[in-house]
Design a protein around this ligand. Structure first.
Ligand SMILES: Cc1cc2nc3c(=O)[nH]c(=O)nc-3n(C[C@H](O)[C@H](O)[C@H](O)COP(=O)(O)OP(=O)(O)OC[C@H]3O[C@@H](n4cnc5c(N)ncnc54)[C@H](O)[C@@H]3O)c2cc1C
Length: 388
């Protein structure tokens, strides 16, 4: 169903400043998110109340620099805190984790590429509780920026998979300039109209992300809304290196599957069976391996002057490994809980649908092949391949 062009309501709450580490705040919220996840798991829905909790916990401002009222979460030195924060939110509710990851990504990009006055303005918006996101994916009718005589731009075309559409008030969007340049801009959707095609989003899982098709035709932006130079969005290692963030959110869902499987078996008194024990051991290996990848990715990101190609290759390895871990966790857990466990209100069917869908990220084959190309180009022995 399409809705006519309309503006989005401004946020209802002010983002608080964090009084604890983001990871601790996210870990604390995780149980509450999980308890409500089934209630919002409907097509067309959005976890509005959950984002009020994140706002109140200070997590919406956390990706800002400390000087802007945040917790410096996007600084390379804080990558482990960032990844664990994302994991805990994903553990609570994968849909919330996906939208929060987009918010963090947008705040990272605007702090990297914005002019000082823009950064100040958008950071104030984030502190006021505006929800950001990144809408880059599009189909044949992608977004174009048409220059007007008064120095402003008229927008034409649509984005697909616009997570949080109808709820985000500051989506960071990409579009094509007349010369083909790929330009980022931040659209104040509480002032500029967008049209939503909700019929686009009839997904297997991740229903509550509201990832609709968004028609931007008729919206207008000014030079003050443009972010960075054409092409900045695809700068490496930032673009592909960011895969470690969605992988961390995915691992959160795998942890939820592990925790729920163990709870289920303990509740049924099925903990003495040797085969169940073996499967739980295998699951524990997989989950801990994922956590070690988070550490590895964080160590790599924190290195000074890491070369961009190595960072991208390592991120590609990490996302491939986490995808593989998740794809092994799901059938092991299903065998543990059996058909009875896959009935609602048990959470396994939702977790399975959500994780299966969210594991589908762009170009999975190209990502691992690119890591293969990188290692073939280098002759360092395996033990020092990533230490250079
Ligand atoms: C829940 C959810 C929320 C999302 N939210 C957003 C959002 O807010 N903003 C946004 O911008 N995007 C969003 N996306 C879209 C996401 O970023 C990816 O674009 C999308 O998941 C790509 O998945 P895909 O499986 O279609 O990828 P593809 O890259 O199309 O991969 C599918 C398969 O095709 C293969 N393949 C890739 N390229 C080629 C080729 N040229 N020829 C042949 N085979 C090829 C791949 O290797 C893979 O096997 C969202 C996606 C999901 C699932």
């Amino acid at each position: 169903m399409s809705s006519p062009n309309a503006t989005v309501a401004a946020p209802a709450g002010i983002a608080q400043i964090l009084t604890e580490a983001p990871e601790a705040a996210a870990a604390r919220l995780s149980g509450r998110l999980a308890a409500q996840a089934a209630a919002t798991d409907q097509e067309g829905n959005f976890p509005t109340e959950e984002f009020q909790w994140l706002r109140a916990a200070g997590l919406l401002a956390a990706p800002l620099a400390r000087s802007l009222g945040g917790a410096d979460l996007m600084q390379p030195a804080h990558t482990l805190d960032l990844l664990r924060t994302l994991k805990h939110i994903g553990r609570g509710n994968l849909a919330v984790g996906r939208v929060y990851e987009g918010h963090a990504n947008a705040l990272m990009l605007l702090q990297l590429y914005g002019q000082p006055d823009q950064i100040g303005r958008w950071a104030a918006d984030a502190r006021e509780g505006h929800l950001f996101g990144v809408w880059n994916t599009e189909a044949q009718d992608g977004v174009q920026l048409e220059p007007l005589e008064n120095g402003r731009y008229r927008l034409l075309g649509s984005k697909t998979f616009g997570s949080g559409a109808g709820h985000l008030t500051r989506p960071l969007i990409t579009g094509k300039l007349p010369d083909g340049g790929w330009q980022m801009f931040i659209l104040p959707t509480d002032e500029q109209p967008t049209g939503l095609d909700t019929s686009f989003w009839r997904p297997l899982g991740m229903r509550a992300t509201a990832s609709f098709r968004v028609d931007l035709t008729n919206a207008e932006i000014g030079p003050e809304d443009l972010l960075g130079q054409p092409g900045d969005y695809y700068h490496q290692p930032g673009f592909s290196g960011g895969a470690i963030r969605f992988a961390a959110v995915q691992l959160g869902a795998a942890e939820a599957v592990f925790d729920e499987t163990r709870r289920f078996l303990r509740a049924l008194g099925r903990t003495d069976d040797p085969y169940q024990r073996m499967r739980l051991g295998e699951l524990a290996v997989l989950i801990e391996s994922g956590n070690l990848w988070l550490r590895g990715a964080a160590e790599h990101a924190a290195r000074p002057a890491t070369d961009a190609e190595a960072t991208v290759a390592y991120a590609n390895l990490m996302r491939t490994a986490i995808e593989d871990i998740c794809l092994k966790v799901l059938p092991l857990a299903e065998r543990c809980v059996g058909a009875r466990g896959l009935l609602r209100p048990e959470p396994f069917e939702r977790l399975h649908r959500d994780l299966t869908h969210y594991l589908r990220q762009p170009a999975p084959d190209a990502a691992v092949a690119d890591a293969g190309r990188f290692v073939l180009q280098h002759s360092e022995p395996a033990h020092s391949l990533w230490n250079a």
